[in-house]
Design a protein around this ligand. Structure first.
Ligand SMILES: NC(=O)c1ccc[n+]([C@@H]2O[C@H](COP(=O)([O-])OP(=O)(O)OC[C@H]3O[C@@H](n4cnc5c(N)ncnc54)[C@H](OP(=O)(O)O)[C@@H]3O)[C@@H](O)[C@H]2O)c1
Length: 287
C-alpha cells in the first residue's frame, strides 16, 4: 500500500523557511511531504511557492491544520504571537520544530498542549545550499517520532547532530555563527592571493577549494586537524614559516575567543527573550 504523505507547515517562509522547503522538495524523501507555507504578506510568496511546489495558507492557524510537523521559522520576537495563534490548534502527536535562535523548548512547550512534541534546532545560513551544520535538542515532551521527523526535515538541508539543550549556546557560537568566521577567512585568503600577485578570480577560486578540500580531508581521514597540519609541515619549508607567522598573530586564540564571545552573546539574547524579559528590543533574526 502506498505510504501516506506527511504534511509539513513552515510558518515564516523567509530565508531559512524557504531553504527548508526547498530542502524537502530536493531530498530523496520529498514525495512524502506536502508543504504549506506562511509569511506576513503572502502576495510575494506565490512565485516561490509554485517553484517549490508548496501551498500557501492564508493564516498560521489554517496552515497547521492536519499537519504532522509544524516548523516555526519566524524571527524570535515574532514567535510569541505565532504561538498564541496556533497553540491550541495543534493536535496531539504534532511535532513543533522551532529554529528561532535563543527560544528555549520550555518556552515553546508553554505555548502548546502536552501532546505536542517540541524540538529546537540551530541550523546555519548554508541551509540555502543544503550544507548546513545543524544541531537540535529535544524538549521534555518530545518522543522518538518527533526526533525522527525533525532529523528528516533538518537532514534535508545538511548534516544533523543531537545535543543537550544546555549546549545550544555553544552550538550557536560555533556552527550557527560559524559561516561568518569562514567568510572572513575566505575573504582574507582571497585578498592575500591578490597581494601576492594572483587575479581576484583565481585567488578566490583557490581559497574556496583549499578550504573545502581541507575540510573534506579532515572528514574523510577522521584525523585530528593538528596531525594533518603536521604532515604538511616540512623542515624549513613554507608551512612552518607560515605557521610561525600565524602563531605570532594569535590566530587560534582569536578564533577561540570569537566562538566563546558569540556563545556568551547567544546566552544573553536567550535570557532577554525569556518571558520574564518581555520588553526585549533585540530584533536580529540571525544567530
Ligand atoms: N538566517 C540564519 O542564518 C539563521 C540561522 C539559524 C537560525 N535562524 C533563525 O531562523 C529564523 C528565521 O530567520 P530568517 O533569516 O529566515 O528570517 P527572515 O528571512 O526575516 O524570515 C522570517 C519570515 O517570517 C515571516 N513572518 C513574519 N511575521 C510572520 C507571522 N506573523 N506569521 C508568519 N510568518 C511571518 C516573514 O514574512 P514577510 O516576508 O512577509 O515579512 C519572513 O518571511 C529566526 O528565528 C532565526 O533566529 C536563522
Amino acid at each position: 500500500m502506498a505510504r501516506r504523505s506527511e504534511q509539513v507547515a513552515i510558518l515564516g517562509a523567509g530565508n531559512m523557511g524557504r531553504a527548508l522547503a526547498r530542502g524537502l522538495r530536493a531530498a530523496p524523501t520529498t514525495r512524502r511531504f506536502r508543504v504549506v507555507l506562511t509569511v506576513r504578506d503572502p502576495r510575494r510568496l506565490a512565485p516561490v511557492a509554485s517553484e517549490i511546489g508548496a501551498r500557501i495558507a492564508g493564516s498560521n492557524r489554517a496552515a497547521v491544520e492536519g499537519c504532522e510537523t509544524v516548523v516555526v521559522a519566524v524571527k524570535p520576537q515574532i514567535l510569541p504571537s505565532v504561538l498564541a495563534e496556533i497553540g491550541d490548534a495543534l493536535e496531539n502527536g504534532t511535532t513543533l520544530l522551532s529554529i528561532a535562535a535563543g527560544v528555549s523548548t520550555a518556552r515553546l512547550e508553554a505555548g502548546v498542549g502536552e501532546g505536542v512534541g517540541v524540538v529546537r534546532a540551530m541550523p546555519n545560513v548554508a541551509a540555502s545550499v543544503r550544507s548546513s551544520a545543524t544541531a537540535y535538542c529535544l524538549g521534555r515532551t518530545a518522543r522518538r517520532r518527533d526526533r525522527e521527523r525533525a532529523r528528516t526535515i533538518l537532514g534535508s538541508i545538511g548534516t544533523v547532530v543531537e545535543v543537550d539543550e544546555s549546549l545550544m549556546d555553544a552550538v550557536t557560537g560555533l556552527s550557527g555563527t560559524g559561516p561568518l568566521y569562514l567568510f572572513l577567512i575566505l575573504e582574507s585568503l582571497s585578498d592575500a592571493g591578490v597581494k601576492v600577485g594572483l587575479s581576484r578570480e583565481i585567488a578566490t577560486h583557490l581559497a574556496i577549494q583549499t578550504l573545502v578540500g581541507s575540510a573534506e580531508l579532515v572528514r574523510a581521514t577522521g584525523e585530528h586537524p593538528a596531525k594533518l597540519r603536521d604532515l604538511v609541515t616540512s623542515p624549513g619549508g613554507t608551512a612552518i614559516t607560515a605557521l610561525h607567522s600565524l602563531e605570532r598573530s594569535g590566530l587560534k586564540a582569536m578564533l577561540m575567543d570569537a566562538v566563546e564571545a558569540a556563545a556568551r552573546r547567544s546566552e544573553e539574547l536567550g535570557r532577554s527573550r525569556s518571558p520574564s524579559s518581555a520588553t526585549s528590543s533585540e530584533g536580529a533574526a540571525k544567530p
